[in-house]
Design a protein around this ligand. Structure first.
Ligand SMILES: NC(=O)c1ccc[n+]([C@@H]2O[C@H](COP(=O)([O-])OP(=O)(O)OC[C@H]3O[C@@H](n4cnc5c(N)ncnc54)[C@H](O)[C@@H]3O)[C@@H](O)[C@H]2O)c1
Length: 332
């Protein structure tokens, strides 16, 4: 298949490489021309010099040329990049092939999940072309070919199977689903929980605390699922619980590392510039809080992360507030 890959950060590069190693004809487009030049000259990505890339990867700096005559478009341009990049694609006349989202987040103010942003920008006629790939997939571990799995969700079974076709490999197993919002939602909220888990570790707390954040974080995801037309069982799977586990437990997760620094007293700006890549959870927490307020949903961990990052509450106070809430039953 001829594939246009939009975005060339850690995840874009790794997924583009998986597709190229699977024998697909992959062209990468990015706004970072220096990165594209470095890849074209065989020097790899400046930020990820250890990644050994397929020499079949092509680059294209012109978006119009990049999207021409393709069988699929895949993006990893971050939540904030989706609207501007696909607005340009719309103005260039659009595309007739599947569009595969791999970023994870919720847009601020609109409260839209990524597939919802795409349909708002391109129009509802695009519904049967849209898919979302998500799951417990740390870029470094997929690059190292550690056995990994993810879910390809689409409104059309054919599109879901196209995603499966592009990325399935001996170390990467892709399951299909028709719950597009469920798969998109799981990947977005887990980044908020990863920040909470990192903060807990930074404060010196151990595994009990992280297990509580994972379990109660899953409840918060499910509450949001109820207003986003997503299915609870999807969140029990790879795109929900699976991704929650990996990001809440691994220092390879940048959201977790960001939270860890906040927990040890590092200022937010310093933590973000230390990571030097997008920390989606820091932005998603604002969108999630907006949705929770709008629909009157109880999302205490989300509120606690918001209070720390946005209101400047001391993380220790946030933990105290969480633990001294009104007593309640587990499953309500
Ligand atoms: N890194 C991972 O392990 C991983 C795994 C799964 C999903 N994700 C998700 O994939 C997305 C990208 O993550 P990443 O690790 O590649 O981040 P990154 O910070 O390494 O790279 C971000 C990419 O987005 C591009 N970009 C940002 N704003 C843009 C805009 N307005 N227009 C065009 N391009 C823009 C940048 O140029 C860069 O290529 C995020 O939503 C992340 O949550 C990451």
């Amino acid at each position: 298949m001829r594939i246009c890959y939009l975005g060339c950060g850690a995840w874009g590069l790794v997924l583009a490489n998986v597709a190229a190693e699977n024998g697909h004809d992959v062209t990468i487009w990015s706004i970072e021309h220096d990165v594209l030049d470095s890849i074209a000259s065989g020097n790899g990505h400046p930020k990820f010099p250890s990644y050994k890339l397929s020499d079949k990867l092509k680059i294209e700096k012109d978006l119009e040329k990049a999207i021409q005559e393709k069988d699929a478009i895949v993006e990893s341009v971050t939540t904030k990049g989706i609207r501007p990049v696909f607005s340009k694609i719309r103005d260039l006349g659009g595309v007739n092939c599947p569009i595969i989202l791999t970023s994870k987040g919720i847009e601020q103010n609109s409260g839209l999940l990524l597939p919802e942003i795409l349909l708002e920008v391109l129009g509802p006629d695009y519904q049967m072309q849209v898919g979302q790939l998500s799951g417990p997939t740390l870029a470094d571990e997929v690059m190292a070919k550690h056995p990994s799995s993810a879910v390809a969700a689409a409104y059309s079974k054919k599109v879901a199977e196209t995603i499966q076709e592009i990325f399935t490999s001996p170390y990467f197993r892709i399951y299909v689903s028709d719950d597009v919002n469920g798969v998109a939602l799981g990947g977005s909220i887990k980044n908020v929980m990863a920040i909470a888990s990192g903060i807990a570790e930074g404060l010196g707390y151990g595994h009990n605390t992280k297990a509580a954040i994972i379990s109660r974080g899953l409840h918060e995801m499910k509450r949001l699922a109820s207003v986003k037309g997503a299915r609870e069982e999807t969140l029990n799977g790879l795109a929900g619980l699976g991704d929650l586990c990996v990001t809440c437990m691994s220092s390879l997760s940048r959201n977790y590392r960001f939270g860890h620094m906040i927990g040890t007293g590092v200022k937010q700006d310093a933590a973000a510039s230390n990571i030097n890549m997008v920390v989606e959870g820091a932005s998603t927490v604002i969108s999630a809080k907006q949705l929770a307020d709008k629909y009157d949903l109880e999302m205490p961990i989300t509120n606690a992360v918001y209070a720390v990052l946005v209101d400047g509450l001391d993380p220790k106070e946030a933990v105290k507030n969480l633990l001294t809430r009104e007593r309640k039953e587990e499953l309500v």
